[in-house]
Design a protein around this ligand. Structure first.
Ligand SMILES: Cc1cc2nc3c(=O)[nH]c(=O)nc-3n(C[C@H](O)[C@H](O)[C@H](O)COP(=O)(O)OP(=O)(O)OC[C@H]3O[C@@H](n4cnc5c(N)ncnc54)[C@H](O)[C@@H]3O)c2cc1C
Length: 350
């Protein structure tokens, strides 16, 4: 069995959960094994509410773990819970989404059980002895073997091919799939006779000490479209020239229902807050369209922008990295090009 860790925030499934299930169901098919989900810290009503979505994305069984220590997200308590569930259920493999939370929980579980963990994979293939064994590949006898993985390394600047080897016969292999490396989607067709997945609680023993790190408070920093979820991001770099220069980018972003982002050169200059920064040390974005104006496309910026579905670069330098990587480019002064795009959209919208 493949066990998919379903990330949720107080019962609400986010995009990482659906990406993990989408990735997980194809991995389970390669393993010829069942795809089951796990919600840690979800009470019965939250699990019931999530079950239809979990089932639609490919899991045929939903395990839940409840404990007073799991009243809100905490990496240690989630990690120990996952470790105990792995011990109890003996899946052949466990998959999470490679979000910050997903990777942290998997690392906690891997360290606690001394199991191998490959993070941020874009492809996972079980060796022949693991695949094709029905649900025997899913745990217990006969499990153990090697997995060929391709994973994102160095903040996204290279892809590594590696083998993950489990030595003990009952040892699970732990993986996360790179955040935004798959587009989440429900199954094309679902057998209506199957209904939502059966919910099965798993009991765990947790020490109160595990709640040392737990979410205690949520501060809403912004409302409306956020940078990681915006369908359009209009990014500005050093080429914008000043804080005031961002007014034209703000106008275009608003017109397109998007958000303004920026490079680190901009935040270093104090033109925009760090919360607007895209990149390795900023936010990773995945919009339908990223308009990168006056941004050279340094690797540390690119790793935050590379999941964009389409990129339009506006730059005076035709050799700039961002220009060579973009789907479309306008070679010119952004102070002329951005207002011209805005004016043309306004004209077409009437
Ligand atoms: C550890 C580390 C982490 C980092 N993390 C990040 C990160 O998270 N995000 C990030 O962005 N950077 C990050 N950086 C910095 C990164 O290496 C680059 O220095 C930075 O991205 C450059 O920003 P820029 O493209 O705006 O500036 P530049 O590289 O100076 O590029 C400016 C671009 O604007 C163009 N231009 C100039 N004038 C105009 C004009 N009028 N019209 C059109 N185009 C014009 C130029 O041709 C050029 O291509 C990091 C660096 C390190 C070492």
């Amino acid at each position: 069995m493949l066990l998919v860790l379903i990330e949720h925030d107080r019962g609400v499934l986010g995009e990482p959960a659906l990406e993990a299930l989408t990735f997980g169901r194809s991995l389970a098919a390669k393993m010829n094994a069942a795809c089951h989900g796990l919600m840690i810290g979800a009470d019965e009503s939250a699990a019931q509410q999530a079950a239809a979505q979990v089932g639609a994305h490919g899991a045929t069984q939903l395990y839940t773990v409840q404990h007073e220590v799991l009243s809100d997200f905490g990496p240690e308590a989630w990690g120990e819970s996952l470790a105990q569930v792995i011990t109890a259920l003996q899946p052949a493999a466990v998959l999470a989404c490679g979000s910050e939370r997903g990777n942290e929980v998997m690392a906690q579980a891997a360290a606690r059980l001394d199991l191998p963990f490959a993070a941020n994979c874009i492809d996972i293939n079980p060796s022949d002895d693991l695949a094709g064994e029905g649900d025997a590949a899913g745990g217990g006898e006969g499990a153990g073997g090697s997995w060929a993985v391709t994973r994102i390394q160095w903040g996204g600047s290279l892809l590594e091919d590696a083998d993950l080897v489990t030595v003990a016969p009952d040892a699970a292999a732990l993986f996360s799939c790179g955040l935004h490396t798959v587009v989440s989607a429900p199954l094309d067709s679902l057998d209506p006779s199957l209904g939502p997945p059966e919910i099965q609680p798993v009991s765990v023993q947790l020490d109160a000490e595990l709640s040392r790190t737990v979410v205690r408070e949520r501060v809403v920093l912004e409302s409306g479209v956020t940078l990681p979820t915006a369908p359009v991001v209009v990014g500005g770099g050093r080429g914008v020239g000043s804080a005031d220069g961002f007014a034209a980018l703000e106008e275009l972003a608003e017109l397109l229902g998007g958000r303004v982002g920026c490079s680190r050169a901009v935040t270093n200059n104090g033109w925009r807050p760090h919360s607007d920064q895209v990149g390795q040390t900023g936010t990773r974005i995945a919009p339908d369209l990223y308009i990168a104006a006056g941004i050279s496309g340094a690797v540390q910026h690119w790793v935050g922008a590379m999941a964009s579905k389409h990129i339009l670069a506006v730059n005076t330098d035709p050799e700039a990295n961002m220009v060579t990587k973009a789907d479309w480019a306008v070679i010119g002064d952004l102070h002329e090009v951005i207002p011209a795009i805005t004016a043309e959209i306004r004209r077409r919208k009437g």
